[in-house]
Write a protein that binds this ligand. Structure first.
Ligand SMILES: [Zn+2]
Length: 293
C-alpha cells in the first residue's frame, strides 16, 4: 500500500468513527475534562464528565479507583497534577470492572510508575479467556492493552492501603467481575463511610449480548438483582459514582461551587440505597418488557 493509500485508509477510519453511534466517546475527549475537586477529606475527583476516577490520598501513596476511558490518560495525569498531587505517587489502581472505559490508564501507570493494578478475579479471568468482552477492540488506539493484574480481588477481601482499609464485595451483573468497595474517608476528626458500586449499565443485559456470551436464559439479569440486594443495606454516607450519572457527580459539584460554606453535597446517607433501588426497579421493568425477552 502506498503512503497516499495508507493515509486515505486512516482518514476513512476516522470518518467512520465520527459517524458511529458511540464515536463521540472516543473523539475530542478533552471536551469532557473536569477540573479536579475534593469530594470529602482525602477523597478527590479526577475523572471526566462521563467516567469517574477517584483519587484517595492514603498518607503512604495515592490510590485510584479506576483509570479512566481509553484515550483519556493524558487528561487523568493533568487532573492529578491540577489537584496538587504527583501522578508518579499513584501506588495502586483498583478497577471497578474490566471494561475499556474504566481501564484506560492501567498499562501506562504500571509501566511508567510501577503502579500495582487490582481487578476482580472474574474479570481477570475474562481478560485471559474471553478478552473481547472487555471491549478493548473499540479503543481506537492500537497501543491500548489489557493487563495481568497484580492482585485479583475476591468476595469479602479486606485490604489496607496506607491509612485506608477497604472492604470488597463482588457485585456481578454488569460484568462478572464488578466490585463494590466500602471504606472510611477522613477530614481531620470527621470520618465518613464511602460506598462504591462498580458497574450499573444494562448494555450487558441486552438479549443479543447475553445470547452471544452464552446465557440464553438471561440468568445474568437475576445475578445483577441479587448483587444490588447484597450490598443495598451497607452504611454509605458518601456515594461515589462509577459513571457521573450514578450519583449526579457534576450536579453535586455545582452545589459545592455555589455554596462553598454550605453543607457538603456529597455527604448524603440516602443516595446509595435510593440509587440501588432505582436500578432494581428499572431492571425489573426492563425484564417485564417483551422486547427484551
Ligand atoms: Zn462497563
Amino acid at each position: 500500500m502506498s503512503l497516499k493509500e495508507d493515509y486515505a485508509r486512516y482518514m476513512n477510519k476516522r470518518a467512520e468513527m465520527a459517524k458511529d453511534r458511540l464515536g463521540s466517546l472516543w473523539l475530542n475527549q478533552e471536551e469532557r475534562y473536569v477540573h479536579p475537586f475534593r469530594i470529602f477529606g482525602n477523597v478527590w475527583y479526577v475523572g471526566d464528565s462521563w467516567v469517574c476516577v477517584h483519587l484517595i490520598d492514603t498518607g503512604d501513596g495515592l490510590l485510584l479507583i479506576d483509570s479512566g476511558n481509553c484515550g483519556a490518560t493524558a487528561m487523568l495525569i493533568q487532573a492529578i497534577w491540577e489537584a496538587g498531587f504527583n501522578p508518579a505517587d499513584v501506588r495502586w489502581i483498583i478497577h471497578s470492572h474490566g471494561h475499556l472505559d474504566h481501564i484506560g490508564g492501567a498499562v501506562f501507570f504500571k509501566r511508567m510508575f510501577g503502579t500495582q493494578l487490582l481487578l476482580g478475579e472474574p474479570d481477570a479471568r475474562m481478560f485471559r479467556e474471553r478478552p473481547w468482552i472487555s471491549g478493548i477492540q473499540d479503543s481506537h488506539n492500537d497501543a491500548d492493552a489489557l493487563f495481568e493484574p497484580d492482585v485479583e480481588i475476591h468476595e469479602g477481601d479486606v485490604l489496607t492501603f496506607g491509612n485506608t482499609t477497604m472492604e470488597f464485595h463482588m457485585v456481578p451483573g454488569h460484568t462478572d467481575g464488578c466490585i463494590a468497595i466500602f471504606f472510611d474517608a477522613r477530614n481531620g476528626d470527621e470520618v465518613r463511610r464511602c460506598g462504591y458500586y462498580g458497574g450499573f449499565g444494562f448494555n450487558t443485559l441486552q438479549k443479543e449480548y447475553l445470547l452471544e456470551i452464552g446465557d440464553p436464559e438471561y440468568k445474568t439479569r437475576q445475578v445483577y438483582l441479587d448483587s444490588l440486594a447484597s450490598v443495598r443495606d451497607q452504611k454509605v454516607e458518601v456515594f461515589l459514582g462509577n459513571h457521573c450519572i450514578n450519583n449526579d457527580t457534576l450536579g453535586r459539584r455545582q452545589q459545592q461551587i455555589a455554596h462553598p460554606e454550605g453543607p457538603n453535597p456529597f455527604i448524603d446517607d440516602k443516595a446509595w440505597a435510593a440509587y440501588l433501588d432505582k436500578k432494581r426497579d428499572e431492571l425489573l421493568a426492563f425484564m417485564q418488557d417483551p422486547k427484551n425477552n
